[in-house]
Design a protein around this ligand. Structure first.
Ligand SMILES: CC(C)(COP(=O)(O)OP(=O)(O)OC[C@H]1O[C@@H](n2cnc3c(N)ncnc32)[C@H](O)[C@@H]1OP(=O)(O)O)[C@@H](O)C(=O)NCCC(=O)NCCS
Length: 174
């Protein structure tokens, strides 16, 4: 099996969309335009995992200005990265991570997260990392806790899925 993690190119979009639709409720999945904009604006912050030539997973991110107070609008699904990304921001925001169902539970999600963190943190002088996770995404929450993220806020009913799930904002200081 040939496995690699590399920077994303716009040509990867079909594979990324397959991962997206395999991973998220239709109301929560991002569309092609939002994902393409992320690749364009912050290419170093968008990685894909390829297994035997197929896109098996991805992780995307932005750079934000650090703020002690949590502005929930910045986490809105479908928001444009052009409105939130700051080229000199010192907080890394992980906007999404997903792995095709058939490849889950093998450490690939953890590998994507670790690779992004090691690529970005030194290069951009990052002092903290922030992200949002649904209370229902047990595997994601497990990976984040394992990597030293702590819950800082719960937002009731944030997600537009069938259960109107609560979200958890997590942060890790570097
Ligand atoms: C989150 C996701 C990317 C993780 O990818 P993955 O390759 O399966 O992750 P890993 O194999 O590296 O690790 C998963 C961890 O969760 C644990 N886990 C998975 N399902 C679990 C469950 N139902 N209960 C408890 N732990 C669970 C695994 O045991 C593993 O932890 P461990 O290494 O301590 O054993 C993948 O599950 C996914 O795409 N989910 C749907 C999209 C999603 O929720 N994205 C998160 C956005 S914030």
């Amino acid at each position: 099996m040939k496995i690699s993690i590399r920077n994303t190119e716009k040509e990867d979009i079909e594979g990324i969309l397959s991962v997206e639709h395999d991973s998220f409720h239709p109301n929560i999945a991002e569309n092609a335009d939002t994902l393409l904009e992320r690749i364009e604006v912050f290419p170093n912050g968008f990685l894909v995992m390829e297994i035997n030539g197929e896109i098996a997973g991805y992780i995307s991110s932005e750079l934000w200005d650090y703020s002690e107070n949590i502005d929930t609008e910045k986490f809105e699904l479908g928001h444009s990265i052009t409105e939130t990304h700051r080229y000199d921001g010192k907080e890394l925001y992980i906007s999404s991570i997903a792995v095709l169902k058939m490849y889950r539970g093998k450490g690939y999600g953890d590998a994507l997260l670790s690779e992004l963190i090691s690529n970005i943190c030194n290069k951009y002088g990052i002092s903290s990392i922030i992200l949002m996770v649904s209370v229902n995404w047990i595997a994601a929450k497990r990976i984040y806790e394992k990597n030293g993220f702590h819950e800082i806020q719960v937002i009731n009913g944030f997600f537009d899925d069938d259960e109107r799930s609560d979200s958890i904002v997590m942060r890790k200081q570097i």
